[in-house]
Design a protein around this ligand. Structure first.
Ligand code: APR
Ligand code: ZN
Ligand code: ZN
Length: 368
């Protein structure tokens, strides 16, 4: 048993607190990870606000990198000393999605089986089955992906969630190809990651759309070639004009791929109409349960063809995608450092929530 400091949300809406928690030694299929860095994500705040479920107390944090300290006796995929990025979809290899060769849809993803607890024995619910605002955490071995140990933990840990979701929305779900015109609506952490992904995939024109000029400036740094402030300009018309000019015939075309990274009906509708005939819409923004598909004539769905997709976790396969993206980062082709707005201490998570809420940061990252 390990006694460590960790950030816990005890009840709905209450500020998070730093607690001593108990982390068991790893049993079969499990790994104990000494956390080095963990990003602060909207999902952590959603847990604290009771927006995910009621299983308080939550052990927050899930975008993390660290070093494996110990593994259960049957674990062969990672070993003590390995530098790993944690993921929240360790696939089972046995369900019908895995059987049909689509493990990114695995219906039975794994987490640690033993529970971490508060000092008085109260079991904790780790955010997304990780819980990494903690000096050590216990996960399923399959949640650990070994990557280049020379990489900066604060930067590569972000691949564990939002940055992978955005990059994957472009390269996996959207299948962005060389020369494509890509538009990204919403340029927070996920949206700019989608822009970076589109740039990696060789998109020729990358149009960033947001209602905040500061976010559009950030989008340019990650590869946007054009920006549209949709508070001032109709984004559908603007995207069509830019796409048309790129293709050499003004006005008519939309983007090949439009990535919606806000999670709202009105922005999804913009994405629907801003794509070219037979183009692709990727929804990576997460809507709330009360939101409805916007009213669209069915003939437009039929007549425009193409595909309307959603992207869970960027359709990533951690063991395929994390090492590849870390290598591209190490080669200077993917600027993961640009996502790290600030490094903070483990006691600063509540302050980081406030900054995130005001849109001041791409990511605050707890460094341990
Ligand atoms: N049109 C365009 N952009 C918008 C609009 C709008 N109507 N409303 C908000 N935005 C912009 C914000 O200005 C901000 O830059 O969308 C961005 C959202 O960014 P963040 O709040 O930082 O969220 P992020 O972490 O990028 O996640 C985006 O993806 O994974 C999901 O749950 C996550 O739904 C969220 C989405
Ligand atoms: Zn499976
Ligand atoms: Zn997250």
């Amino acid at each position: 048993m390990h006694e460590v400091k960790a950030v816990v949300a005890k009840s709905v809406g209450e500020p998070v607190s730093l607690e001593t928690i108990l982390v068991p030694d790893p049993g079969p299929g499990e790994a104990l990870v000494k956390v080095q860095a963990c990003g602060v994500c909207h999902t952590d705040l959603h847990y604290r606000e009771g927006g995910i479920n009621d299983e308080f107390p939550f052990l927050l944090g899930h975008e993390a990198a660290g070093v494996v300290e110990a593994v259960g006796e049957d674990v062969t995929t990672v070993a003590p000393g390995d530098f790993v990025v944690l993921n929240w979809r360790a696939v089972c290899g046995e369900c019908r999605a895995c059987d049909r060769g689509e493990p990114q849809y695995c219906f039975n993803t794994h987490n640690a089986t033993q529970r971490m607890t508060l000092a008085d024995g109260t079991p904790l619910s780790p955010a997304l089955g990780i819980g990494a605002f903690a000096e050590k955490t216990l996960v399923a071995a399959g949640q650990c992906t070994k990557v280049d140990p020379e990489a900066r933990p604060a930067a590569v840990g972000l691949l564990g969630c939002g940055v992978m979701a955005g990059i994957g929305a472009a390269i996996n779900t959207g299948n962005v190809s060389r020369g494509d015109v890509v538009a990204v609506i919403g340029c927070g952490g996920v949206g700019v990651a989608a822009i970076a992904g589109a740039a990696l995939a060789g998109a020729g024109t990358i149009i960033a759309v947001d209602i905040d000029d500061k976010k559009l400036e950030g989008a340019k740094k990650l590869g946007a070639t054009h920006t549209v402030n949709s508070k001032e300009t109709d984004p559908v018309e603007a995207i069509k004009a830019i796409a048309g000019a790129a293709a050499g015939h003004e006005g008519a075309d939309g983007a090949d791929v439009v990535i919606e990274a806000v999670g709202r009906p009105e922005t999804w509708k913009q994405a629907f109409y801003a794509r070219d005939l037979a183009g692709t819409v990727v929804l990576v923004g997460v809507p709330t349960p009360d939101m409805k598909v916007p009213e669209i004539p069915l003939i437009d769905v039929f007549g425009r063809g193409g595909s309307l997709k959603s992207s869970w976790y960027g359709d990533c396969l951690p063991n395929r995608d994390f090492p590849m993206l870390v290598d591209l980062y190490r080669q200077g082709r993917l600027d993961l450092d640009a996502f790290v707005t600030e490094e903070i201490g483990i006691e600063d998570v509540e302050a980081a929530f406030a900054k995130m809420h005001h849109g001041e940061v791409l990511r605050s990252v707890v460094v341990l």
